[in-house]
Design a binder for this molecule. Structure first.
Ligand code: HAM
Length: 421
């Protein structure tokens, strides 16, 4: 026998029964956007490499170290999307959504790819549910986006250990000035070579350094919220005021810096305390200016990306059981070959009526078939043999209570619908 193949390093398979949790999480994260007027958008899994270099920023780890880039047979440089925003904005511009009613609001879900060192909660393929809303600078839109993220996690999924961190990173007017002040401060610190190099590329990211020896030197570091221009300060206060009005509990996190370069003003992250190092289960913020960088008009935008994989880990860490939509209602068992036709036809009708049904295949003995029915978790077994065939009836067995009765074939659907509801 030849050796079995394994999933590529840093990837995993979503298989039953875990896949039921995975689907329930993805549905929960998508529900607030759907209920808030966001239309669904789906873009290609790969894009021009230059889109990410320009959109996400050359200095980010995502672009400089983590992209899956390849040349296709036509000599084009393509990259599997490492994040959703750049591709979705490209599609919105290409489809002229920037010229229609504004803000234009979309949501999406799908796999993203980053060549990272795999560990628990960090994969080379991960799935996000994201939103992007373009064409409005209204702080109420920032609040809507933040509310959608945290509502799904806290209220729909019932997560208790999620903290919402909110910050403002200023704008293209006030951040350069702050950056100078921060660099001057960091120059007085005792930092290693690699961190010094980071100071030159993106000094704000040094604030996010997790090492104690670095953090100890940063207690007095100047922080962006103290250097916001009047417009950014007003925007920030309004966002926080709207979050208060929405009843959203948050923490102000003046050191929060995100890993992508496009953010201005509002940034936020949802952090789960039961996940160890990879604790960010979602994040996002405003990216006014990015659309122009991608060749579009000067236009504001705000969005988020929520990690389905990490949210599943958070759900499991808190021992939350999510309801399983695909629970089998009825398990149909043909007794003898003659009844297989009727079983198959009846299963089609049951399924068409929304009664989740499965069938015993391969002409199994009643004993073996009943074992499969039990294992499937079905509430009812439906048995059809020669006698039932002759009288146009079925035997309906309640697998929980253990009772059984004879029911006319024509009334099986209404009987089950009445019992299951
Ligand atoms: P991000 O913070 O890079 O933001 O990713 C969003 C979420 O995806 C993270 O919070 C995390 O839960 C999940 N995630 C990221 N990388 C991995 C990984 N290697 N393994 C498992 N999960 C991962 C963005 O991607 C932005 N595009 C979000 C956004 C949209 N901002 C504005 N609009």
């Amino acid at each position: 026998m030849s050796e079995l193949f394994k999933a590529p390093k840093g990837t995993y398979d979503v298989v039953p029964p875990f896949s039921a949790t995975w689907l329930a999480v993805r549905k929960a994260l998508s529900t607030p956007p759907i209920n808030s007027g966001y239309g669904y958008i789906e873009t290609p899994i790969f894009e021009d490499t230059a889109l990410f270099v320009r959109g996400v920023g050359e200095s980010t780890d995502v672009v400089s170290k983590e992209m899956y880039t390849f040349e296709d047979k036509g000599g084009r440089s393509l990259t599997l999307k490492p994040e959703g925003t750049a591709g979705v904005l490209r599609a919105m511009l290409e489809n002229r959504m920037d010229r229609g009613a504004l803000p234009a609001k979309v949501w999406y879900t799908g796999p993203h790819f980053r060549y990272e060192q795999p560990q628990s909660g960090r994969y080379r393929q991960h799935t996000q549910v994201g939103v992007e809303a373009i064409g409005s600078s209204d702080p109420a839109l920032d609040a809507e986006v933040i509310w959608m993220a945290i509502y799904a996690q806290r209220e729909i999924l019932g997560l208790k250990q999620v903290r919402l961190l909110v910050n403002s990173l200023g704008c293209h007017n006030c951040r350069p000035e702050y950056r100078k002040i921060l660099v001057a401060f960091l120059d007085t610190c005792d930092l290693d070579e690699a961190t010094r190099a980071r100071v030159l590329i993106n000094p704000l990211r040094v604030l996010d350094d997790k090492r104690k020896e670095v953090q100890d030197q940063l207690t007095e570091a100047p922080l962006m919220p103290d250097f916001l221009c009047a417009d950014c300060a007003e925007h920030h206060v309004k966002v926080l005021g709207f979050l208060d009005a929405l009843g959203v509990v948050y923490e102000q996190a003046p050191r929060l810096v995100r890993g992508l370069d496009y953010y201005v003003r509002t940034t936020f992250e949802c952090v789960h305390d039961g996940l160890g190092a990879q604790s960010a289960i979602g994040g996002g913020g405003r990216y006014d200016g990015l659309i122009e960088t991608l060749g579009g008009p000067p236009m504001a935008g705000v969005g988020f990306g929520l990690g389905v994989d990490r949210t599943c880990l958070a759900v499991q860490a808190e021992g939350i059981e999510l309801s399983n939509d695909s629970q089998i209602d009825a398990f149909l068992i043909p007794i003898g070959e003659a009844s297989q036709l009727l079983v198959i036809a009846l299963a089609g009708k049951l399924r068409g009526s929304g009664i989740v049904s499965d069938i015993a295949f391969d002409g199994r003995s009643i004993k073996a078939a009943m074992k499969s029915a039990d294992r499937s978790g079905a509430r009812y077994a439906i048995l059809i043999g020669d006698e039932e065939l002759a009288s146009s009836t079925v035997i309906l067995k309640d697998l929980v209570i253990g009772t059984q009765e004879t029911v006319a074939v024509d009334s099986v659907i209404e009987t089950l619908i009445a019992r299951l509801n």
